[in-house]
Design a binder for this molecule. Structure first.
Ligand code: BTN
Length: 251
């Protein structure tokens, strides 16, 4: 049976709320909030979460496999978000490894349309749980755009001015999540890789990577069956990048 679906007016963070439930939370529990006081992004950044405009959703999913088998989960969630958007008739978004949902800057100003934060707990090779947090921009105010600290985009822009109905967007996201997480549990990331490749904004792009590995220049060459980023180096060799602590920029 599926976990509860809860809609709150205000939480510190939908992901923190599910973390606090721990073992008490059923598989596929989903929490939405109208606004978050302490919305969290990757690498300790905050996620601006004012009421009335956007979607803030977290889902708890348990896996028997242990998190050794969950590499690629956050990439799969990116594919799942794009499936939901396509279901709403919204095209034009793509994925930037590891898990940004972006609009490339050709037709519009471009920028980040949504963010995905996957937090794992439990055992490396035993029962574990993922709290999957998704923030999706439906309509950004000019003030919010400015505060975002990085180029941001919204569904209203992609849809030609009017954002999709927020309930429709939430329903599409939840349906895609439930179906997609079952697919991931059953078949792993490998079955998402063709879908990922079609939406991979880094493929063929000159890239600059920086972080734990030092600085690397190369060209995006897709992701492998486990979700690692492949980068083609000047000498033609391909490096696989696993680390989540890498910043990727288009050179
Ligand atoms: C990123 O840094 O790109 C990830 C942002 C993830 C934001 C979502 S909003 C719902 C959930 N609750 C949080 O506190 N964060 C995630």
């Amino acid at each position: 049976s599926l976990g509860a679906l809860e809609v709150h007016w205000e939480l510190d963070s939908t992901s923190s709320e599910l973390q606090r439930r721990g073992h008490a939370a059923k598989d596929f529990s989903i929490v939405l909030a109208e606004t978050q006081q302490a919305g969290r992004g990757r690498r300790g950044r905050s996620w601006l979460s004012p009421p009335g405009l956007n979607l803030y959703l977290s889902c708890l999913k348990r896996f028997e496999s242990g998190f050794a088998a969950l590499t690629g989960l956050s990439l799969a969630v990116g594919v799942i978000v794009l499936r939901a958007l396509e279901h709403l008739g919204i095209a034009g978004a793509g994925l930037k490894w590891p898990n940004d949902v972006l609009v490339a800057g050709e037709r519009h100003a471009g920028g980040k349309l949504g963010g995905i934060l996957v937090e794992l707990s439990g055992e490396y090779q035993g029962p574990c749980a993922a709290v999957i947090g998704i923030g999706l921009n439906l309509r950004l105010t000019p003030a919010l755009r400015e505060q975002a600290g990085q180029p941001a985009c919204d569904l209203a822009t992609l849809a030609g001015g009017t954002p999709p109905d927020r309930n429709h967007a939430a329903a599409a996201l939840i349906a895609a999540l439930v179906e997609g997480l079952r697919q991931f549990e059953r078949d792993g990331f490998a079955t998402f890789s063709a879908d990922y490749a079609r939406r991979d904004l880094l493929r063929g792009q000159p890239l600059q990577l920086s972080g734990a590995l030092g600085a690397i220049d190369g060209v995006g060459a897709g992701v492998d069956g486990r979700g690692a980023l492949q980068v083609r180096m000047a000498d033609g060799s391909v490096r696989r990048i696993d680390s989540a602590d890498v910043t990727v920029r288009r050179a």
